[in-house]
Write a protein that binds this ligand. Structure first.
Ligand SMILES: Cc1cc2nc3c(=O)[nH]c(=O)nc-3n(C[C@H](O)[C@H](O)[C@H](O)COP(=O)(O)OP(=O)(O)OC[C@H]3O[C@@H](n4cnc5c(N)ncnc54)[C@H](O)[C@@H]3O)c2cc1C
Length: 265
């Protein structure tokens, strides 16, 4: 690890001031990605601003038709939240299937989406549910937030404060997971709200999470798993790695999408 100055602000205002005054500051959430990165000397922030002591960034609330989750809310708390289980059970189930118990007890919603790992689960939920990401500076639609592999629209020193998820009529997430890490080899999140259907895929795209318009229009006309039977997903632009080839991932997208529609009931 390179040397850095550690700061633990007690409020969001203090965290913003700390990051703005640092030469090259970086915020720390649960450290599940950032600490290994620092240990391998792949990052060299001048200041590490730990968000763990900021109560206003944690917790779950229901605001009209939205579930609002603080950026520092850990995966285990999303999985166990009575409000989320009642309003968007698919989101609680997604959180409950992230990594292992230790990862779920340290990893956070904000850290996951800021990192935008191409195999992470939350980006699919954000895109399919049409989430709004609130930062220290603005509000961003999920469509505009995830911009590429490990890339987001966040600017320097911009801190995610919460994510607001509209409550859908029906939603389900199905993941074909890596048995060791539980990251998605392919994960598909399907949401139906009125006549609108969204299908978001994680784990497969070389540019990160993406939607499947052909599936969405077919399901909007007829919301049944059988509707997807004849929709071929192209392997072009999908990842090939030691876990799965691009054409296998393309096949899995169809399988996971059909299972998700069936799970929507
Ligand atoms: C063994 C293992 C298995 C895993 N399995 C899965 C899995 O199955 N599915 C899955 O989706 N994920 C998985 N993860 C990822 C994990 O769930 C974490 O969400 C992810 O590692 C980010 O960790 P963190 O929240 O602790 O953030 P950190 O590591 O602290 O930070 C990650 C990045 O986000 C930035 N950041 C953090 N919070 C904010 C904020 N509020 N605003 C702006 N930037 C911020 C940091 O500066 C850093 O760049 C796994 C991780 C491990 C180690």
């Amino acid at each position: 690890m390179y040397e850095f100055s550690y700061q633990r602000p007690g409020s969001l205002a203090e965290a913003i001031a700390a990051i703005k005054s640092a030469d090259d500051g970086q915020v720390l959430a649960g450290g599940q990605t950032l600490l290994p990165t620092l240990k391998q000397r792949l990052a060299m922030p001048s200041d590490l601003i730990d968000l763990a002591g900021i109560g206003e960034l944690k917790g779950v609330s229901v605001d009209g038709g939205n579930v609002v989750i603080g950026a520092m809310t850990r995966h285990a708390d999303v999985a166990g939240s009575a409000e989320i289980r009642a309003k968007i059970p698919a989101l609680a189930a997604l959180a409950d299937d992230i990594g292992d118990r230790q990862v779920r007890n340290r990893g956070t919603l904000g850290g996951s989406i800021a990192n935008n790992d191409p195999a992470a689960d939350y980006p699919a939920a954000c895109l399919a549910l049409g989430a709004t990401i609130t930062t220290s500076e603005r509000k961003l639609a999920a469509e505009d937030f995830f911009t590429g592999l490990f890339e987001t629209a966040l600017g320097d020193g911009e801190i995610i404060t919460s994510v607001s998820f509209p409550v859908p009529d029906k939603a389900a997430y199905m993941k074909f997971k890596n048995p060791a890490s539980r990251y998605a080899i392919v994960g598909v999140f399907v949401v139906k709200t009125g006549s609108d259907v969204k299908v978001a895929v994680t784990g497969a795209g070389s540019g990160g999470v993406f939607r499947v318009p052909d599936m969405e229009s077919a399901l909007a006309a007829n919301f049944s798993a059988g509707t997807l039977k004849d929709i071929e997903v192209s392997a072009d632009g999908l990842n090939s790695d030691i876990h799965a080839a691009a054409d296998y991932r393309a096949h899995l997208i169809g399988v996971m999408a059909r299972r998700a529609v069936e799970a929507c009931g």
